[in-house]
Design a protein around this ligand. Structure first.
Ligand code: SAH
Length: 397
């Protein structure tokens, strides 16, 4: 069962004996046994269980607390069941108007532990589901235990009443020790390590002029430092934070850059791929074309971004354009498959191979019935409207 470790030795200081008087439902006996097992109680006595004993339903409900069920002791009378008890509690939700102390479960648990420590035997009586304990039965006990409950709805289920008593007893018997706790954290960061991290952080923040205006700098530093000192970070936390700050500060680099490159890099990479795939079989480069398209989509130039925004919103194009999407092994900047238009942006100062690549792409696309529109990045950034007209109006290219 989850949460149960049968290799662990059960805690068995002498607990109280649980005595169920004429219990009616096997399920409740089983659940009471289970609750006892949860809280290290082992001794269960039954006085005339209504449906007889042993009980299949009790066994099912006990959920593995078999050691308690097999050790059950049966009695014909309450008197016989409590005969060996030196201290007896009667649990009841009702006031019985008898001249004897009424205690809560916690006080009862404490007294139980004191009594067993002296070598005494403690019993706890529980009544029938339907009508609890009779006055004569309560009269056998030295104390009445009643729970702090909602007086308007005071009666607990029998097994839950057993659980509550078991819980209080176990909690006091074990000093409230919990079976597991948060794992030990790694060693606390030293002041020196914190200082180094912080100096570093401040140096990086100064580079981006974050700590401004100058008159607020000191307050900001105090607040910032407090964030980290409040954390009580470990050495490992400091390593991690340091790594994070440096990764952000130094920018993306190396193979971990997540496939991000700037516009210039994107242009070069496209040219490179175009050159390389020239002589190759188309199927060979299909995968890299798709990968490159993804890369390019993630890295729009300013002109591309502007034009894309316009193509998406201009009614004439009705969201027909796609950005950096492969057509065969080529990737025009924009393409409408519906209108068979491709749009290419010409960037200032691009190198020859990029230009050559674009011309080849144009020829390839035109051979397949596409109208190819070259727009200059500078024109797009300066005045977008005439460029959009050019895309819309056939015959201008
Ligand atoms: N209808 C019964 C309650 C039966 S509940 C009555 O009116 O007494 C079954 C048993 O659980 C009770 O006899 C008692 O032993 C225990 N129990 C239930 N609620 C309790 C409470 N609030 N305080 C103490 N014991 C309680």
């Amino acid at each position: 069962m989850s949460g149960t470790d049968r290799t662990k030795t059960p805690v068995t200081p002498d607990g109280p004996i649980v005595i169920l008087v004429e219990p009616q439902l096997g399920e409740n006996i089983g659940m009471a046994a289970r609750a006892m097992g949860n809280f290290g109680l082992t001794r269960l006595r039954l006085v005339k269980p209504r449906d007889g004993w042993p009980s299949m339903s009790a066994q099912r409900a006990a959920a593995g607390a078999d050691h308690i069920l097999t050790a059950v002791e049966l009695f014909d009378s309450v008197e016989a069941a409590v005969a060996d008890c030196s201290l007896l509690f009667a649990t009841s939700a009702r006031a019985h108007d008898q001249a004897k102390p009424v205690v809560g479960p916690e006080a009862a648990a404490r007294e139980t532990i004191g009594e067993t420590a002296k070598g005494g035997t403690v019993g706890i009586l529980f009544g029938r589901e339907r009508w609890g304990l009779q006055n004569e039965e309560v009269a056998l006990a030295g104390r009445i235990v009643t729970f702090p409950v909602n007086p308007a709805f005071a009666s607990l289920n029998l097994a839950q009443a057993v659980l509550l008593m078991g819980y209080e007893w176990f909690k006091h018997a074990t000093g409230g020790a919990l079976p597991h706790a948060m794992p030990e954290r790694s060693e606390r960061a030293s002041s020196y390590q914190m200082q180094t991290f912080f100096d570093n952080l401040v140096a990086e923040l100064d580079k981006v002029e974050f700590l401004r205006p100058p008159e607020k700098r000191d307050v900001m530093l105090v607040n910032l430092r407090n964030i980290f000192s409040r954390m009580e970070p470990t050495k490992q936390d400091m390593h991690t934070l340091h790594g994070v700050v440096m990764a952000i500060a130094e920018g993306r680099k190396g193979p971990a850059n997540g496939g991000v490159l700037d516009g210039e890099g994107a242009t070069r990479l496209r040219a490179l791929l175009a050159e390389h795939s020239d002589g190759r079989a188309q199927s060979d480069s299909g995968g890299s074309v798709r990968g490159l398209a993804r890369l390019l989509r993630r890295n729009p130039t300013d002109a591309e971004r502007l034009l894309w925004q316009a193509l998406k919103t201009d009614r004439r194009f009705a969201a027909q354009f796609k950005r950096q999407t492969p057509v065969g092994r080529h990737i025009p900047d924009f393409v409408s498959f519906v209108r068979r238009i491709a749009v290419e942006i010409v960037h200032e100062g691009e190198n020859e191979s990029v230009a050559r690549d674009r011309i080849a792409r144009k020829a390839w696309l035109e051979a397949r019935g596409y109208r190819v529109c070259f727009l200059h990045a500078g024109d797009i950034e300066q005045d977008l409207a005439p460029q959009l007209d050019r895309i819309a109006a056939p015959g201008s290219d």
